[in-house]
Ligand binder design. Structure first.
Ligand code: SAM
Ligand code: SF4
Length: 438
């Protein structure tokens, strides 16, 4: 049934898989029991027009000033949203909280540094992060922000040629070189270097060069490297042919952890996929059912530039915006009320992230299985609909689908039962090697 890619691994590789997944699990468990992380997109304007952008960011017109209206919210409105988040976080002192600013390209906002500083004064700098394409920000900007921030994610999507093809910028020129120049300057300042994480979105077209990219990044001194998963949202909704398969992901996982070990880099693949491997191959329950968001210890919600809350950072644009409810900018509406709205964030979580629902009720206690990726794959594979044609009903009925990155996924209408005798050969191999009681 095609599990050769899981079976043809050496003992050394299996040892590495165990070591990596247990370290990641341990790191997660070190965090406080319950966590909430929010990705707050400050704008959907951008200076790049990546063909797979998950938020379908709009490339601004060179030379034309971007208005606050185009960004979504003005400075005061952003502060209003932050204070509503604060009110919620303060009411849950047990929550380990993290606020990750993203976009679009947040540095296109003239007030982005003030927003980050204000957020740090409200939540503490250890709870603030940001994501950028690194083409517009200067080293001086980052040095100014250094005391107010603990995470800086910068995107590099491949080697120079691929990256420049994927990430053409409005300003023209060589985006790869521009971002790498900033990265190299950051590495001269240990405090910035420690906060830096280079991230890559894998696609069918760059999988083969990720190892070489890691070698290059290591050669200039990069320590932290993360590979996202290609989320079929935004402009990627139409890129069916570019989404890596479950086999691609496993091979990539092996390759990045082997390369990371060889080079001494701290690497990981997106947690929704690593959680699947941890549950299936290590037999560890990664499902923590009664958390506030997705059933993972560190739940993630998103806020869009208009203050609307979404139940997953990957579902803020069409067609997922059809599930959006009220905005935090509405007078008298609290964060808590929006979460609890009928048919809102908490209802979606309660209805679709439950273990007996997600991935068609797969018996494995697994916190992987991203609902957005599963539903998008189901809708695209079965109906081929454009994002505009998709209705709320399509989305809701597709949310219990099997995650296409899971080894148990076969195709959009078939999946393999965990107890299937062929798959049990995989389980036996790993569990026997890892000495896990059957
Ligand atoms: C939307 S971007 C915003 C920040 C900044 N403009 C950038 O590109 O880094 C946030 C992160 O999402 C990643 N991303 C974009 N499209 C994606 C997709 N379809 N699937 C997964 N990640 C994606 C980017 O590479 C980046 O790491
Ligand atoms: S991925 Fe980032 S840089 Fe690329 S278009 Fe989207 S927001 Fe802009």
């Amino acid at each position: 049934m095609g599990f050769h890619y899981l079976l043809n691994v050496s003992k050394k590789q299996m040892e590495l898989i165990r070591k990596h997944l247990l370290r990641r699990l341990h790191d997660k468990n070190l965090e406080k029991k319950d966590g909430l992380s929010i990705v707050y997109d400050l704008t959907y304007m951008c200076n790049q027009g990546c063909p797979g952008c998950c938020v379908s960011a709009i490339a601004y017109k060179k030379g034309k000033e971007i208005t606050m209206e185009e960004h979504g919210s003005n400075t005061n409105e952003v502060y209003k949203i932050l204070s509503k988040i604060k009110e919620f976080v303060d009411s849950r002192p047990e929550l380990d909280f993290f606020l990750d600013f993203g976009g679009g390209e947040l540095s296109l906002r003239p007030d982005y540094k003030d927003i980050i500083k204000t957020a740090a004064s409200m939540f503490g700098s250890e709870s603030i992060g940001m994501n950028t394409n690194g083409t517009l920000i200067s080293i001086e900007d980052l040095l100014e922000l250094d005391p107010y921030i603990s995470y800086i994610g910068i995107s590099i999507d491949g080697l120079e040629e691929y990256h420049n093809r994927w990430r053409k910028s409005v300003e023209g020129g060589n985006s790869f070189q521009r971002t790498m120049n900033l990265i190299k300057k950051m590495l001269e300042y240990p405090s910035l270097a420690n906060k830096l994480d280079i991230t890559t979105v894998p696609t069918k077209k760059n999988l083969h060069e990720i190892k070489e990219l890691m070698h290059y990044l290591h050669s200039i001194g990069i320590k932290n490297y993360s590979v996202h998963r290609a989320m079929q949202v935004g402009r990627f909704w139409y890129k069916d042919d570019l989404v890596p398969s479950n086999e691609d992901y496993f091979k990539l996982f092996l390759e990045i952890i082997e390369t990371g070990e060889e080079l001494g880099m701290n690497v990981h693949l997106h947690h929704s996929i690593e959680s699947i491997y941890t549950a299936l191959l290590l037999g560890v329950n990664t499902y923590a059912g009664d958390n506030i968001g997705n059933p993972d210890r560190k739940a993630s919600l998103a806020i869009d530039p208009w203050g609307r809350i979404f139940f997953d950072p990957w579902c803020t644009v069409e067609p997922w915006d059809k599930l959006a409810k009220s905005s935090l900018l509405n007078e008298d509406t609290t964060f808590e009320q929006i979460l609890r709205e009928h048919g809102g964030v908490q209802d979606l979580i309660d209805s679709y992230c439950r273990k007996d629902i997600r991935c068609k009720g797969c018996p494995v206690a697994c916190s992987g299985g991203n609902r957005i990726a599963s539903a998008a794959n189901h809708i695209r594979s079965n109906f081929g609909l454009s994002a505009r044609e998709v209705t709320k009903e399509h989305l809701l009925t597709a949310m219990d689908s099997v995650d296409p990155a899971c080894p148990l996924y076969k195709n959009s209408s078939e999946y393999i039962n965990y107890n299937d005798s062929e798959f049990q050969k995989v389980v036996d191999k790993y569990h026997t090697f890892f000495n896990i009681p059957q």
